[in-house]
Design a protein around this ligand. Structure first.
Ligand code: ADP
Length: 572
């Protein structure tokens, strides 16, 4: 006789995967092991792509950037104890950058807590400084509610990192399928709506902002990666173009409006921030990257209008006016309010002209430097060649990942961003070692785009083994390593000061000279290039950009070019 199989039991790992996929999580980054290997496999079976890394640090950086690029929280899956600790790098980076991400870690058996179980750690306490919210499922029935709350908290208000703790014993509990569905439905119903709602925008503040902009002599629109995250490009473009107000992006705000736009103040940054009298700041913090909004970089009389989704941010900066709300909505409302009684500075307005002329001047000076062919390479000669190759790709523009001291500084002013969210760099925290993780996130988030990393040999080294991950998933990523043989480059110490028993050791800033990073990727079947001349670099770029396969271009840079600590020498 035909025997009916009992309905399959759903264990904790399967239930977590079901819940993630139910709320639209379709990508995960991580390193598997006890007790979460089957979570990754279950997720894969449900259509959630799992990108397996070598190190949780790099996977965490990927998850954070994925959250930024897509607006959906990036998920990092780790094992217990040390896996969770390695994941803190990504979680803290998400917090600093205000990017949505979820760290999910297995943890040890609840009945063994305090007795020295395998990989035991109080993980909820460990993640506390870096997460907005955490949930521990202490029983399988708590899984759906816990999953949905970490998802909702990650994107609520100012985005950031959240944490989900999954004890081994809970992952091994089971429920039957109908019970699983009932738990999911119940938890979906009781999701906290307040978390998902956007703040109501105060219309009187919109009117006040418009009056300020209208009466300003030297207005400026500044936007940052919060506006990029909010996908405000269309609203910002309308506002800038209808009013003729010059704009200044922060490094990752670059591309919301093209760097080539005639109202771009990027090349006249010092003049723009030093002389503007009203600055509309959208999704950017007045932190170190914007010189705290204070003299001497800014005029002491500048009136700031800050648009931010985070109330504490507005309170902290004490601007002339603060508008709480989503960047896209607020900018849209400002534009609408202006449309009723339009104003436009026009091309011949003295402020617009001053910014444009200064920008042209600076660009011309930079081009003179860039057109000098210096071999052995300084930073500028290869950067110009790379800039032109990236621009040559056209649309969709490549995502540029940039890190390193001099490489990132030079890259920021030379590389051109023409499309939104196409630049990822060391960010608010100045985090080095993010490069490979960001490349993988970008390739997974936008499969139609080429990804090009332009990074120093030191930044590359943090997670160089992830080139194997590039090859394994055949991601269209070209990693260009500016190889000057160390952190900042060659040994810059005064020989008279090198004394003591270890005086013959290599300098703390130095790596093996001439390291063959291009051969590293070939060990896994990727393509490597060594480039020390303009022709070698051009041909490597042309070939690797059209192949759209994992490649490393090892660019030999003069170890004494560039400065220690790059642009931040005064802080060293
Ligand atoms: P940048 O480094 O580009 O200057 P920051 O990370 O310092 O940018 O600032 C981004 C700001 O944007 C944060 O204060 C964050 O709260 C805010 N933000 C995030 N999402 C939104 C949004 N949807 N609308 C408005 N502001 C946002």
């Amino acid at each position: 006789a035909h025997v009916k199989n009992p309905p399959p039991a759903i264990d904790g790992n399967a239930l977590v995967s079901m819940c993630l996929s139910r709320v639209g999580i379709d990508r995960m980054f991580g390193v598997v092991g006890i007790p979460v290997t089957s979570l990754a496999n279950r997720a894969l079976a449900l259509g959630v792509r799992f990108i397996a890394f070598h190190n949780e640090q790099s996977a965490g950086y990927a998850a954070s950037a994925y959250g930024y690029l897509t607006g959906r929280p990036g998920v990092l899956l780790t094992v217990s104890g040390p896996g969770c600790v390695h994941g803190l790098a990504g979680l803290s980076n998400a917090a600093a950058n205000a990017w949505p991400m979820i760290l999910i870690s297995g943890s040890s058996d609840q009945s063994l807590i305090g007795r020295g179980d395998f990989q035991e750690l109080d993980q909820v306490a460990a993640v506390k400084p870096f997460s907005k919210f955490s949930a521990k499922a202490t029983d399988i029935t708590e899984i759906p509610k816990s999953v949905f709350s970490v998802v909702d908290w990650a994107v609520a208000g100012r985005p950031g990192g959240t944490y989900l703790d999954l004890p081994t014993d809970v992952l091994h509990q089971t429920v039957d399928e109908s019970e699983a569905e009932r738990l999911i439905a119940e938890a979906l119903k009781s999701r906290d709506k307040a978390l998902i709602e956007k703040p109501r925008i105060d219309n009187s503040k919109i009117k006040k902002a418009v009056e300020l902009l209208r009466s300003a002599q030297r207005p400026l629109i500044v936007f940052g990666k919060g506006a990029a995250y909010a996908k405000s490009e269309n609203e910002l473009t309308k506002l800038v173009e209808s009013t003729g107000i010059p704009f200044l992006p922060t490094p990752m705000g670059k591309g919301l409006l093209s760097d080539k736009h005639e109202l771009a103040a990027t090349a006249a940054r010092s003049l723009a921030i030093g002389k503007c009298d009203v600055a509309l700041v959208v999704g950017a913090r007045l932190n170190w990257l914007l010189h705290f909004g204070e003299p001497p970089k800014w005029s002491k009389d500048v009136k700031f209008i800050i648009v931010d989704v985070c109330e504490e941010e507005i309170e902290l900066r004490k601007p002339f006016s603060g508008i709480l709300g989503d960047a896209t909505e607020v900018v849209g409302m400002i534009h609408k309010e202006i449309k009723d009684d339009p104003f436009c500075l026009g091309k011949t307005h003295p402020w617009v002209e001053a910014v444009r002329n200064k920008g042209k001047d600076n660009v011309a000076k930079m081009e003179v430097q860039l057109s000098k062919v210096v071999v052995p390479f300084n930073f500028l000669t290869p950067m110009k060649i790379i800039r032109d190759a990236i621009l040559g790709v056209g649309s969709p523009a490549p995502v540029v990942v940039s890190e390193g001291a001099n490489t990132m500084d030079v890259g920021r002013s030379v590389l051109v961003q023409t499309e939104p969210r196409t630049r990822l760099d060391a960010g608010t925290w100045g985090t080095m070692g993010v490069g490979l993780g960001y490349c993988i996130a970008a390739a997974v988030a936008s499969p139609d785009r080429l990804v090009v990393a332009v990074e120093g040999d030191s930044g590359f080294g943090f997670s160089a083994m992830e080139v194997e991950t590039l090859v394994r998933y055949q991601l269209p990523v070209v990693v260009i390593v500016f190889n000057n043989g160390g952190v900042y480059g060659g040994d810059r110490r005064n020989p008279d000061e090198i004394t003591g028993p270890y005086k013959d050791d290599p300098a703390p800033t130095s790596f093996v000279p001439g390291a063959a990073y291009h051969i590293l990727i070939e060990a896994f079947g990727g393509k490597g290039y060594l480039a020390g001349t303009p022709d070698e670099l051009k041909s490597a770029l042309a070939e690797s950009f059209s192949a759209r396969k994992p490649a490393v271009i090892n660019v030999t840079i003069d170890p004494y070019a560039g400065a220690e600590s790059g642009r931040l020498q005064h802080k060293n």
